[in-house]
Write a protein that binds this ligand. Sequence first.
Ligand code: ATP
Ligand code: MG
Length: 418
Amino acid sequence: MRQSKLFTKTIKEIPSDETSFNAQILIRAGFVDKLSAGIYTFLPLGLRVHKKICDIIREEMNAIGAQEILMPALTPREIWEKTKRWNNFDALFKLVGVDNKEYALGATHEEVITPLAQKYIFSYKDLPVYIYQIQNKFRNEKRAKAGLIRGREFSMKDLYSFHTDKNDLDSYYEVVKKAYFRIFKRCGLGDITYLTYSSGGAFSKYSHEFQTLTKAGEDIIYICDNCQVAINREIIDEQKVCPECGRENLREEKSVEVGNIFKLGSRFSDSFGFKYTDENGKQKEVIMGCYGIGPSRLMATIVEIHNDEKGIIWPKEVAPFLVHLLYLKSAKEEVKNTAEDLYRKFNQANIEVLFDDREDVGAGVKFVDADLIGCPVRIVISEKTINQSKAEIKKRDSKEIILIDIEDVVEYVKELMC
Ligand code: ATP
Ligand code: MG
């Protein structure tokens, strides 16, 4: 991608109507634009990152046997009446159609997936089934001050599993737990994301959240350093003890919930009369689990954690481009030609590169932009480097600058990052 053609530009000033760090920096660096409180547009750079996060999630979901679908975001009132959530789901956005029928914008999709699964699942032979989607959700959130951490429209991956019994749910639940840890690790949040016990509803004592430590978080958790798990403050009644080892000395931290997993049991299958026939011809209720992750919240969380005073430092798997190639304007034609040539070679090698080919922008601004945008590797081609037949290479997360022979650059970057 040529930066001269990029639709957006970086912004110098911190947007005055935005208080959260993640949104401020994502707006300044040209990843997102704010339309209204809790409502954002994903611009070319931001959409690339969002897509990479979604693709990581997809890979890990497909690897545990889940199949992707896409459900509608517009949902009729009746289905919410069935589960008694039309009046009990505070954040539901409601609207009226020309037919005077009432609708809600999808805030979650148990009400859609349950009757959908019911159309295809009849017998124990049809189970288990794992279905997910990645889609925008709508919630009339009261607090929309945390930028993309709490949107009114935001993306969610929601997986639903259907089982013959509790044991089968229990074992898939553990499989999903592991997949979630792989996802957060690949997004650069591995070491600071804790499996967190929270209240579980009627079917199980606990559900689990995946909480990432950050001062931008709106949750408080208590960590057990023995077991590397945490417990959410919201569920602690009297005494703070580790649910796994009983330890009392827990560490308090601020965190953000990047995902959660929940054993629903028959809460939703009961509402829709969703049963299957077992081996003995008996009708039994289908047992369900649900598992959410917020890709847009994840993107904001990554930014809250991976940054310095100059800008974002993207982990390589989610970076908009692996390489930011900077051409510093020179009267010597050879400089531009070498940069153009290198740009071609990166593209041929399938290494994603953002090429700052702008003629009307000075070196200082190019360096500032590169730090703000935060691609993992910066490569500079200038008169100075060309005079030595070299390119200058710097990793975004390091101060060290090294010079590499022009013809070795692509190979060098491959070895460094791939
Ligand atoms: P929270 O307690 O933070 O409001 P939640 O318990 O309502 O989250 P779920 O309804 O289970 O969350 O949604 C699944 C996932 O979707 C969450 O783990 C989170 O990653 C994401 N998510 C939920 N609400 C929002 C929001 N308003 N903006 C962005 N992401 C969200
Ligand atoms: Mg919520």
